[in-house]
Design a protein around this ligand. Structure first.
Ligand code: ATP
Length: 236
């Protein structure tokens, strides 16, 4: 579904991504793990068209999207939930969700999808008239995922969905991600510093260090890999 070929990105003199290659098959959860500053967010930004690469291409469903503007990439169904959620704090929950559907004209289906999101996250339904800024961190993450679902994603990209949240809420968010993947065949690209959870959820994973992919394998394989255990799972 998504292919990244020989991607190089520079921020001024910093070579942030170095010849990155990877693929995501339809229906998979794929994770990119790596420490702070490794280049994970930059990869998502290139796929979304927010950052432009120096070399290389991004193919989505066989189409080269590397030169498209970000709004066209959204229209194709590539939806990015950024780090820190970026919800609209002065809009209520339902208004935030409807912002996710702003490119759509199918009013009846939008209503159905809104109900689907409320089914997925009953807490959002309870809080539907509450301002986004008054929600807890976990609720804001649910809202950010719900808003992305309102854009009818084919590929959902999540940047650090577990960041700053209590473990029990993180579990809940991950259960939802797995449910969306299993029940709706949603393809997911997950960026995480929380390697343990991400590897448990992922069909396939890539480890990125200072702008390079240094290791790849199934989530299970990497959970058992000594280098991953030492560097990312906090084991001796
Ligand atoms: P994090 O977990 O902090 O988001 P990351 O793995 O996602 O880390 P990136 O944010 O992609 O890493 O950053 C990769 C490298 O590029 C880092 O060295 C970072 O300092 C640098 N970088 C990122 N954004 C910019 C920018 N706008 N200008 C200059 N350098 C940047």
């Amino acid at each position: 579904m998504l292919k990244i070929r020989d991607l190089d990105v520079f921020y001024g003199g910093i070579h942030a991504l170095k010849r990155i290659n990877f693929e995501i098959n339809e229906g998979q959860i794929v994770t990119l793990i790596g420490s702070n500053g490794a280049g994970k967010t930059t990869i998502l930004k290139v796929i979304s068209g927010i950052v432009k690469q120096k070399n290389g291409q991004v193919f989505f469903q066989e189409e080269d999207i590397s030169k498209l503007p970000s709004e066209k990439i959204v229209e194709l169904g590539v939806i990015h939930v950024p780090e820190g959620r970026k919800i609209f704090t002065a809009l209520n929950v339902e208004e935030n969700l409807l912002m996710g559907a702003y490119l759509r004209k199918d009013k009846k289906e939008i209503q159905e999808d809104l109900e689907n999101v409320y089914e997925l996250f009953p807490r959002l339904k309870e809080r539907r008239t509450q301002m986004g800024g008054t929600l807890s961190g976990g609720e804001q993450q649910m809202l950010a995922i719900g808003r992305a679902m309102m854009s009818k994603p084919k590929l959902l990209m999540l940047d650090e969905p577990s960041m700053g949240l209590a473990p029990i809420i993180v579990q809940e968010i991950y259960e939802t991600i797995k449910k969306l993947n299993e029940e709706r065949n949603l393809t997911v690209l997950l960026v995480e510093q929380n390697a343990n959870l991400a590897l448990q959820a992922a069909h396939y994973a890539y480890v990125i260090e200072t702008g390079e992919i240094v290791l790849e394998g199934s989530g299970k394989e990497l959970l058992g890999d000594d280098r991953v255990r030492k560097a990312y799972l906090g084991e001796e």
